[in-house]
Design a protein around this ligand. Structure first.
Ligand SMILES: *Cc1c(COP(=O)(O)O)cnc(C)c1O
Length: 495
């Protein structure tokens, strides 16, 4: 069955998967959603015998229906290879009664690698399929992890350029070092004076500027997005939920058909939306537990039905979740509003004008499987320390937010359902915050000294991604105001 993609904001004609991937965002500013979420066509027992790559094919073939088997398998083989430091790609660690799904074994040690390893290949294949004559310019706003993962994925990929905007004072030192040392003639990295929402809003504005698009086209360029608004990022993220379930089944940890909970440390709502897609495909998921940090706009939303971004933006130790406008929530809003683009567009207009909207009771009822809660900075640090003291397992700050929220959920509900926690970054990426949580004595140490100390206490080798940047020279030092983003892009492209 062919799956086509519609915009969340207008009733324009649906497009194919490859067209949706190529465009990233619909011309009307909406996000692409599949007309219908396909059902898994392999049994859980069959999936439990498969490798990560095989599960990836079984999931992606159902969404990317205009790709041939050969094209898709080729993309998968190129993405999930020795760039990952483990053959199973997404291993699971059991600690203190939960299963931590480690999504950080790729090139940049954060879960963004799971999708951004394959997106360049999906994009190039999509461009070929649509006889696109233009070079693709990837424009990305990052709260820290997407930027590096996208840079690594697209560096030196023919017929592409990648421009990354990050909040100059809103990412961890290691995250910044990872980005500004990126090699590749087609890579551009810019710090902006502003926060992540400013960066994301700026990028969306550039995308929806029709004049600029025409200018670009005349010069042989077209924009696409590596942010999780691109459906080519969302679908590869569905894979690891299916894979995690399959592995739990294979290892006899759950019965065939037994429901599991998933807990996701959430920012832009991409990762947890992928879990929702997996549930809609038929994966037995009980609760979708949405964990926020002090920027708890989603907790308030799931509690009250009102999404309200009018509040202080807080910088936390889990910077990849420092977000007040969770872009992917729009897809859930659209789907629960009966796939009604007009209704969704009205909510989004209200968000952009008043900074808030309130969903209907019917929509809220359809979100009953979501549970939201949040962890304060102190609770996040306590969670890292408590888990380490109890088990020796060290988690990063984002994963700790999820772990803390899971503990709150268990206390509130006594739900004993087996639970998978999405572990979204290696603790080595947020070494200082992690080590400070374990013992304040580490505060005096330098960044790389801390890395070595973490390796010792966690009994884990320092990941390659960290070794590489120890001595790497800074190659990018561009900084601009949030109002100058468009001009900066033009300058880079020489238009
Ligand atoms: C991006 C990111 C998140 C948030 O994921 P979303 O899909 O934006 O909700 C959480 N943790 C880490 C480490 C990330 O890089």
């Amino acid at each position: 069955m062919e799956v086509l993609y519609k915009s969340t904001r207008s009733n324009s004609a649906p497009v194919t998967a490859s067209q949706a991937i190529l465009k990233g965002l619909s011309d009307d500013g909406g996000l692409f959603v599949p007309e219908k979420i396909p059902a898994l066509d392999k049994s859980l027992a069959e999936l439990s015998k498969m490798s990560y790559q095989e599960v990836a094919y079984e999931v992606m073939k159902l969404f990317f229906t205009d790709f041939t088997e050969e094209e898709l398998k080729d993309c998968i083989a190129k993405a999930y290879d020795s760039k990952f430091d483990t053959e199973v790609i997404a291993p699971m660690a059991e600690a203190d009664g939960a299963y931590y799904l480690e999504l950080f074994h790729g090139a940049t040690i954060a879960f963004k690698d799971m999708a951004l390893s394959i997106l360049p290949h999906l994009l190039i294949t999509s461009a070929k399929k649509n006889n696109s004559k233009n070079d693709i310019v990837i424009l990305t706003a990052t709260s820290g992890d997407t930027g590096k993962a996208a840079l690594a994925g697209f560096a030196d990929v023919e017929h592409t350029k990648i421009i990354v905007f990050y909040p100059k004072n809103g990412v961890s030192p290691i995250q910044e070092k990872q980005m500004v040392t990126q090699k590749g003639d087609n890579t551009y990295v810019v710090g902006i004076h502003g926060n992540f929402d400013d960066a994301q809003t700026g990028v969306k504005q550039i995308f929806s500027d029709k004049e600029l698009a025409a200018e670009m086209d005349a010069k042989g360029f077209q924009f696409s997005s590596a942010n999780s608004i691109n459906i080519g990022r969302l679908v590869p993220q569905v894979v690891y939920y299916v894979y995690a379930y399959a592995k739990l089944l294979e290892e006899g940890k759950i019965e065939d058909g037994e429901k599991i909970n998933v807990v996701v440390p959430t920012g832009n709502f991409g990762n947890i939306l992928a879990a929702y897609f997996a549930q809609n495909m038929g994966l037995p998921i009980n609760k979708l537990i949405c964990a926020s940090n002090d920027n708890k706009v989603l907790f308030d939303f799931f509690t009250t039905g009102c999404y309200d971004r009018n509040r202080e933006f807080v910088l936390t130790t889990s910077p990849s979740m420092d977000i007040l406008i969770s872009s992917n929530l729009e897809r859930l809003i659209y789907m629960t509003a009966g796939s009604d683009a007009d209704k969704n567009a009205a909510f989004m207009a209200s968000l952009s004008k008043e900074g808030k909207y309130t969903i209907t009771d019917d929509m809220k009822a359809q979100m009953k499987d979501f549970y939201g809660n949040y962890a304060s900075e102190a609770e996040t640090a306590e969670t890292i320390k408590a888990l380490y003291d109890k088990t020796g397992y060290v988690i990063d700050t984002h994963t700790a937010v999820a772990s803390c929220v899971y503990n709150k959920y268990k206390q509130e509900t006594n739900d004993a359902t087996k639970t998978v926690i999405a572990s979204t970054a290696s603790p080595f990426k947020f070494t200082r915050s992690v080590m400070n949580a374990i013992d304040t004595k580490y505060d005096a140490m330098g960044d790389f000294e801390l890395v070595d100390e973490l390796s010792k206490i966690a009994n884990v080798d320092v990941p390659n991604a960290i070794e590489e940047i120890r001595t790497a020279p800074v190659l990018h030092d561009h900084v601009c105001d949030k109002t100058q983003m468009q001009q900066t892009v033009k300058d880079f492209l020489g238009i």
